[in-house]
Design a protein around this ligand. Structure first.
Ligand code: AMP
Length: 228
């Protein structure tokens, strides 16, 4: 099963993708996490995208398309032989943060066709923009594994310590500053929202209420995966 989680920054895509990874045996492909890892490693790619990311703008399509094309060719993204499509543990991936532009969506179709795969669901997490600003302002993440937390909605069991990997480095993202958040929301409206009609026209787009609490959003997504 191959899915896309769509929605503005702060909609909860990463949180839900991590849950789906565990419950459905899917691989989370989070382009933002991949880019942050590149920045942290100081690689050539990291140096190219660091300032772009911190400002809240989108990285160039060519870079992102190549990154995802390489990643979905990896064996862990393929459904295991003989697995019933859509069954739990059927394998496949969850795209979290890609595609973010129409050219990325078109390139994704070409890649999937090349690998003989299809998109099963595109799930839009709808959220209210005012709430996003509050959500993002309180958000912090683990520097080591990327797990996300929130000062009000999702505190770690032990203050300052990641529940997933035990790392004590929980930080606010550089692009969660208010100016960068405004740029990211504008990028979503102007560059990412235009991909919604593309998927709606193909009949694969489903919407969940991203304002509901985390468990309820998970239930809504599971209902989509079950019933289509
Ligand atoms: P995210 O963690 O998904 O919010 O992504 C953080 C930042 O990484 C974005 O604000 C962009 O600068 C960059 N980025 C992540 N994914 C993409 C993408 N598919 N296209 C362009 N830029 C991206």
């Amino acid at each position: 099963m191959n899915l896309i989680l769509l929605g503005p920054p702060g909609a909860g895509k990463g949180t839900q993708a991590k849950r789906l990874e565990r419950s459905h045996g899917l691989v989370q492909l989070a382009t933002g996490d991949m880019l942050r890892a590149a920045v942290a490693s100081g690689s050539g790619l990291g140096q190219r995208v660091k300032a772009i990311m911190e400002s809240g703008r989108l990285a160039p399509d060519a870079i992102m398309i190549e990154m995802i094309a390489d990643r979905i060719a990896d064996p862990d993204c393929a459904a295991p032989a003989g697995a019933a499509p859509g069954s739990a543990k059927s394998g496949g991936f969850i795209l979290d943060g890609f595609p973010r532009t129409v050219p990325q969506a078109e390139a994704l179709d070409a890649m999937l066709a090349q690998h003989g795969r299809a998109l099963d669901h595109v799930i839009l997490m709808e959220v209210d923009e005012a709430a996003l600003v509050e959500r993002i302002a309180g958000r912090f993440t683990c520097q080591n594994c990327g797990a996300s937390y929130h000062e009000r909605f999702k505190r770690p069991a032990v203050d300052g310590v990641c529940e997933v990997c035990g790392n004590a480095g929980l930080v606010h993202r550089a692009d969660d500053r208010p100016e960068a958040v405004a740029t990211r929301l504008a990028a979503y409206r102007n560059q990412t929202a235009p991909i919604l009609p593309y998927y709606r026209a193909r009949g694969v787009l489903r919407t969940v209420d991203g304002m509901a609490d985390i468990d309820d959003v998970t239930r809504q997504i599971n209902a989509v995966l079950r019933d289509g």
